[in-house]
Design a binder for this molecule. Structure first.
Ligand code: SF4
Length: 339
């Protein structure tokens, strides 16, 4: 059995919505009963269009927002109901890196103080001398120079600021880092530098990542397994080779068909989805994707598709895989995937 660092079951994150006159207008189901696990040492990518609930899912797991319902088992410990004070020691195990490195760094604090703060909060450095030495070590590990410690966030480029955010996350020697769109605010050339740095740090520090992004190419670059989200739920979860070379869910296929390919002569049939993502306040019945699905069947409108296993590491939530023949077909295609 895989050694899971994180096991999430039935996680829900609902927000009460208010109508025009302040009256209760139901719940926005940002995350709607999600199950998945993250294995120790892997990068689990979560991908989907904006508004699909992927960032909310990351924040719920970290308990930056209180989950409405569900279980979060981190390193064997159930943390979903933990109070902020119970969470304090857990924060050493789980850290977040945010999309906008400028907004997440206090502009009035020097880089030294930003990186030192978690060391002091968690009692990981006793003296000023020890703190300074650890800060310098962390800055070097993320490719920054010693003199950067005395500078302020506005003096850095976006890529450098993200390195500071990563150094701060690394300070407490976490086991799991949840990176929420960590490179989407950066230029493409800088994106690959930060992704390579994250890869190197993962190997050097035995880290596990949850990598949340809307960019499928970025997720493919860094992930071992990928989950595709739509309207608060996963629709397909597979290892990256299977997901990218043998996508099965109609939504995954549509998303991947829109990714540009570098060869201008190569042709790719783009699947255009009708309409936009429905509101999470009033999601469609049955399969939430049925209003946009080119292969929608009658039962899709009323029956929520269960999780079908179609390969060793390949799961899809779609009624098209309800028959043994369909599963066999999918498995056959999976065997042809080049890893
Ligand atoms: Fe399309 Fe039906 Fe599959 Fe949903 S369950 S993705 S509507 S075929």
């Amino acid at each position: 059995m895989a050694d899971n660092l994180l096991v999430v079951k039935g996680l829900k994150q609902y927000y009460a919505a208010k109508g025009d006159f302040g009256q209760k207008a139901g719940y926005v189901k940002a995350v709607d009963g999600v199950d998945f696990e993250v294995r120790r040492g892997e990068v689990f990518g979560i991908v989907g269009e904006s508004g699909c609930g992927k960032s909310t899912l990351g924040k719920s797991i970290c308990k930056l927002i209180e989950p409405t319902e569900g279980s979060i088992l981190l390193d064997g410990e159930e943390i979903s109901k933990y109070t902020p004070s119970q969470m304090r020691p857990i924060r050493k195990k789980i850290q977040m890196v945010f999309q906008d490195p400028y907004a997440s760094l206090n502009p009035r604090m020097s880089v030294r103080d930003i990186v030192a703060e978690p060391l002091i909060i968690h009692g990981l450095a006793k003296t000023r001398q020890e703190t300074d030495a650890k800060v310098i070590d962390l800055l070097r590990r993320v490719g920054l120079d010693d003199y950067h410690a005395n500078r302020y966030p506005h003096e850095f480029s976006g890529g450098q600021r993200q390195r500071i955010g990563i150094a701060r996350a690394l300070a407490v020697q976490p086991q799991l880092i949840i990176a929420d769109e960590p490179v989407s605010a950066l230029d493409v050339s800088i994106q690959s530098q930060v992704l390579n740095l994250m890869n190197e740090l993962k190997k050097a520090n035995n880290l596990t990542y949850i990598f949340v992004a809307h960019d499928l190419s970025v997720v493919e670059h860094i992930s071992d397994r990928v989950g595709v989200m739509y309207l608060g739920n996963f629709v397909e979860v597979a290892d990256k080779y299977n997901l990218y070379q043998n996508p099965l869910h109609p939504y995954t296929r549509a998303l991947l068909s829109a990714v540009p390919i570098p060869d201008p002569k190569a042709k790719k049939d783009r699947i255009i989805l009708e309409g936009s993502i429905p509101s999470a306040l009033n999601p469609p019945s049955g399969c939430k994707f049925h209003t946009r699905c080119p292969q929608c069947m009658e039962r899709c409108k009323t029956e929520v598709p269960p999780k079908y296993q179609v390969g060793d590491n390949h799961y899809v939530y779609c009624h098209l895989y309800d028959t043994e023949d369909a599963k066999k077909e999918a498995k056959k295609a999976e065997e042809a995937v080049v890893k």
